[in-house]
Design a protein around this ligand. Sequence first.
Ligand SMILES: [Fe+2]
Length: 285
Amino acid sequence: MERSILTAVSNARQPRLRGDYSAARADCTIEQDWSAYTAAEHALWRKLYERQMRLVPRYACEEFLHALDRLDLHGGIPRFDAISRKLRRATGWELVAVPGLIPDLAFFEHLANRRFPVTHWLRQPQEAEYIAEPDVFHDFFGHVPLLFDPVYADYMAAYGAGGLKAAQLDSLKHLARLYWYTVEFGLLRTREGLRVYGAGLLSSAGEFLYAAESAEPRRVKFDLERLLRTEYRIDRFQDTYFVIDGFEELIDDTAPDFTPVYARIRRLPPIAPDEATWADVPVRR
Ligand SMILES: [Fe+2]
């Protein structure tokens, strides 16, 4: 089974990161040297893009598809500065190039200031189906379109601020689960049915349909404390997906101060990735 892609928040604990960090600035950013991409890399990007476009229109949320329409990403690896100009006008966000996964605090600092770190290098052709570290295709195709949605864009900035706070409260383990189960693997319930908004799913070859269609995984209504207690696996498809009814709900439910929540769940046992709880509200496909 194809494994799920790792994310920036599972982070810095990764052994043998692939990127060249020697040229990175203090904030972990580098220049995207667009002219250095080869024709073969642009061709591989097009292949990955075309593969996802055969897949995602079926179940991707409309906010993602709407933004994708405006982005014109089919030709090859995009220029971050050109997309940043559009993004600044839309939601005040911009993209910064990074050598790969960066430390948690640097990552949160960027998000809190509406800068989204995008890995500049592309995977190898033999990694088309699965790659252990996020590359430019995952970071860009999966994450960037939704930054054009004003509500989602606010959620991401709030997440960054929450990350800086969680670090002080020694609760990064719990907050990382929020990123994992929303930003990377989140599902959305709409009138038309279940839709996908998580970047790990939108950029994946296999888990996208599994999350949207398979009878195997558990899909439960988003519940903050339940989610923060739920462990996750990085080496296989998810056992449990959390479903929201809209990005406004995500913002509202995560807006209150997490300090008492962290204090409460620290006294409770973690919930295993495949475990059900009595309070779960199942969501049908
Ligand atoms: Fe990601």
